[in-house]
Design a binder for this molecule. Structure first.
Ligand code: CU
Ligand code: CU
Length: 361
């Protein structure tokens, strides 16, 4: 039995997984990406080129990378007798094959048929009720990062513990603290359950009524029910990786699952608008991941749990698994064009974690 290492895999297939796709695409393909002419070839590596041959079937996956940036799930909203807002969410775990780079299919375990799972969004103090049904083939849970009781923690052996196939449970708690959080399966073996795709964002907006002065203004801009928030261009990016041959190393890296997605379809942005990225790292197997912005700098809010930046004027941030934060920047006064962003583990960038913002004229 021969087990290919990641690097053998690369050598054996021209430009990594790209070679697999190249085998099915006979002719050389050119994609025009906003002024940059990129030639992507399955033949052999040529300098100055990155990416994959062909296109992922987003429709079959059931989600479009550009849509995932802003696809918030606010839940079913009602009011409790005490006036508290209640948000009810429905999450079903299913097995599903996803195309993560053209021609490469990953046997994922998903929440609601997608990786990452639904981006749950609420406001601090809301009552959260998550109805979870396990329609997959393995036992799963949902463990939330946030403040809650032990029995709502979604770990094996506590509360309802592990939820077997066909079973369901309810996780219920009050949303706290405000910030950029995540949830994920906590069944054993943990690294396999997370890496297979069982994770998603859990964003708790600050409640402006709890703050005064400039902090109140920041809270409004972060709270989805305020008009001030509508003026900010918000984007969710979950950094993930995929071990396609199950050797305990990732072969493909991405934000929001599909390799090179935002290189093939750059994210349109405008000058004169605040850009805000909710950035979460769930990459398994590698100890850290990172985000690097080209030609500009950003402010950073570690875990999103403050209303003032915890770091100012940086162009690179690193996160270990489950670390996350909010990036804010603007391109005011910049020349229109494509501005790159990627992991500054350059290996990850070349294996899929690479994208562009397209600054409109
Ligand atoms: Cu699981
Ligand atoms: Cu965790």
């Amino acid at each position: 039995m021969s087990i290919f290492s990641r690097r053998d895999f690369l050598k054996s297939s021209a430009v990594g997984a790209i070679g697999l796709a190249g085998a099915t695409v006979a002719s050389r393909k050119y994609t025009k990406t906003s002024g940059i002419r990129q030639s992507i070839s399955g033949e052999e590596h040529e300098h100055g080129q990155m990416g994959a041959v062909g296109e992922v079937d987003h429709q079959a996956n059931g989600f479009y990378p550009l849509d995932l940036l802003t696809d918030w799930d606010y839940g079913q909203v009602s009011k409790l007798p005490n006036g508290q807002v209640m948000r009810e969410y429905y999450i079903v775990a299913t097995d599903k094959e996803l195309e993560i780079v053209p021609g490469v299919f990953f046997p994922a375990w998903t929440y609601n048929g997608r990786v990452p799972g639904p981006a749950l969004r609420c406001v601090e103090g809301d009552r959260i009720r998550v109805n979870f049904l396990n329609a997959g083939t393995h036992p799963h849970t949902i463990h939330f990062h946030g403040i809650h009781s032990a029995k709502m923690d979604g770990v094996p052996g506590v509360g309802d513990g592990t939820i077997n196939p066909g079973e369901h449970t309810i996780y219920e708690f009050d949303a706290a603290p405000f910030g950029c959080h995540l949830y994920h399966c906590h069944a054993i073996p943990l690294k396999r359950h997370i890496h297979k795709g069982l994770y998603g964002a859990f964003i708790i907006d600050p409640d402006p009524d709890k703050y005064t002065g400039s902090r109140r203004e920041v809270a409004k801009s972060r709270n989805h029910s305020y008009i001030e928030n509508g003026m900010v261009n918000e984007m969710l990016m979950i950094m993930n990786g995929f071990d396609t041959n199950f050797d305990g190393e990732n072969e493909i890296y991405a934000v929001n699952t599909v390799a090179f997605a935002y290189q093939n379809e750059p994210i349109p942005i405008s000058s004169g608008q605040l850009q805000r990225v909710y950035l979460i790292n769930v990459t398994e197997f590698d100890p850290i991941n990172s985000f690097h912005l080209h030609a500009n700098f950003f402010d950073y809010y570690d875990h999103g749990t403050t209303l003032e930046p915890t770091l100012r004027t940086v162009d690179t941030i690193m996160q270990c698994q489950a670390q996350r934060g909010i990036l804010e920047f603007n391109f005011d006064g910049f020349e229109p064009g494509p501005y790159m962003f990627h992991a500054h583990q350059t290996e990850f960038a070349e294996l899929g974690w690479m994208g562009f913002f397209e600054l409109q004229g």
